[in-house]
Design a binder for this molecule. Structure first.
Ligand SMILES: Cc1ncc(COP(=O)(O)O)c(C=O)c1O
Length: 442
């Protein structure tokens, strides 16, 4: 094992890393030791431009002063308060700030510690909501192929990524899936929302007919599917899902763990697409990725349905030790302040056309078979090496890192989501580096 990393441990065996090729990594570690604004610093002292906002979470850029100070102050003032049957002001202040920016009629929020927990919280809320209204037979959950909803049992059950599901037995029962919306034959190289595929929403009607509407609790989708390679909803698709859910009394959940907090140039993708779901799950950009925290927004009718029975009784038997943790709450408030003071969501709307043109300039680069973009999100899909899927994109990822740009790959797709503070010359650097590495990889 290499011993060249002066600032890092020389024994990497103990940490079983998440979603990582552990053996490859430990032979040739890629170690970050510092970060500021748009850049990481590696253990060797090299700067790496962040083309992915960490993991789609560092929306305001790295080590931003307001957020750092808020965490330091809160850690010294009050580190922890019990989350159950006790409160502290910052969690309430944060909830108020959040419902100020949430879609109309979603005036209540629950806190979690991750996107996965937000998803499982949303699924449980949906099933329990029907039960408290006397429709306990509505237990089915409908997800979508190629959906990613985190890694807990609820999330992988409604999710549609085979590798994340196949190892884990029976998962939740009573789950069905709609088809994904990726139609490269018809929509390749579309800028923004694709023209074709709205009719795929009607597959929900088929599923409703199969199971009967009276057994279905909720449908969950990512408005823009991120982790399976940026699948942008066809024009009219989300509106159609909303209509079908309304017709059958089914709750619609938008998983906005990556699209929430400005990535689309709006507060939420719900605002961008003009479709209001019944529940929104968020995490990541809520605290700028700095402290683990998620938030689940629910429509008022859902919240109100639980507020019954004797007043000394707990209304919803769900929550986490760290729900609304003081330091996470302080970090989130400072994050919202940073977004607002710097007008970062508006900035996305301004820079998105430049981003789009830059991405699509790669159309003639080697191996490229599709390019997709929306907001400050982009994907470049590569022709897989025959018999060796994912290898080409992984090689591109490693080479881009060596050349000073962090990109992310999923399958043979390069997914990009820089911090919302990205400058035009940094967009150029990301695109130029990708062009170079695509010329080099097998
Ligand atoms: C749409 C979506 N939902 C849920 C998650 C899970 O979030 P976490 O990794 O914080 O559990 C992710 C993470 O990428 C996501 O993209």
């Amino acid at each position: 094992m290499s011993n060249r990393l002066a600032a890092t441990p020389n024994d990497l065996r103990a940490f079983w890393m998440p979603f990582t090729a552990n053996r490859q990594f430990k032979q040739n570690p890629r170690m970050f030791v510092g970060a500021k604004d748009m850049h990481y610093t590696t253990a060797e002292g090299r700067k790496v431009l962040d083309g992915t906002a960490g993991l789609w979470c560092v929306n305001a850029g790295h080590c931003r002063p307001l957020i750092t100070e808020a965490i330091q102050k809160q850690a010294a003032e009050m580190d922890y308060a019990p989350a159950f049957q006790m409160g502290h002001p910052k969690a309430f202040e944060l909830a108020n700030r959040l419902v100020d920016i949430s879609p109309d009629g979603m005036d209540h929020v629950m806190f979690t510690n991750s996107g996965s927990e937000s998803v499982d919280t949303a699924l449980k809320t949906a099933i329990a909501y029907h039960r408290v209204r006397g429709e306990g037979q509505r237990f089915r959950l409908i997800g979508r192929e190629r959906g990613y909803h985190g890694v807990n049992f609820g999330g992988i059950s409604v999710g549609g990524i085979v590798a994340n599901r196949k190892m884990f037995g029976t998962l939740l029962t009573g789950v069905d899936h709609m088809p994904h919306t990726h139609l490269p034959g018809k929509n390749a190289f579309t800028r923004g929302e694709p023209e074709h595929g709205m009719e795929l929403a009607d597959e929900l009607e088929r599923i409703v007919t199969l199971h009967d509407a009276s057994t279905i609790a909720a449908v969950i989708v990512e408005p823009v599917a991120g982790s399976t390679g940026v699948l942008i909803p066809p024009k009219g698709y989300l509106q159609r899902l909303r209509e079908i859910c309304d017709k059958h009394g089914i709750l619609l959940i938008f998983d906005e763990v990556i699209t929430g907090y400005g990535r689309m140039g709006t507060n939420f993708a719900a605002d961008y697409f003009g479709v209001t779901p019944d529940i929104i799950t968020t995490a990541k950009g809520l605290t700028n990725g700095v402290i683990p925290m998620g938030a689940v927004f629910v429509k008022n009718e859902i919240h109100d349905a639980f507020m019954q029975g004797p007043e000394h009784m707990i209304e919803f038997f769900h929550g986490y030790t760290y729900s609304g943790n003081p330091i996470a709450s302080a970090a989130a408030i400072a994050t919202l302040d940073t977004y607002k003071e710097e007008g970062l969501f508006e900035r996305v709307a301004e820079i998105a056309p430049y981003w789009e043109d830059a991405l699509h300039s790669l159309k003639d680069a080697p191996h490229v078979i599709d390019i997709r973009n929306i907001g400050l999100i982009g994907a470049i899909e590569l022709q897989p090496i025959a018999g060796n899927p994912t290898k080409r994109a992984f090689s591109a990822f490693v080479r881009a890192y060596e050349k000073g740009v962090l990109i992310r790959t999923t399958g043979d797709i390069i997914a990009l989501s820089p911090p919302l503070i990205v400058e035009k010359d940094q967009i150029d650097e990301i695109i130029d580096t990708i062009r170079t590495v695509l010329g080099e990889v097998e």
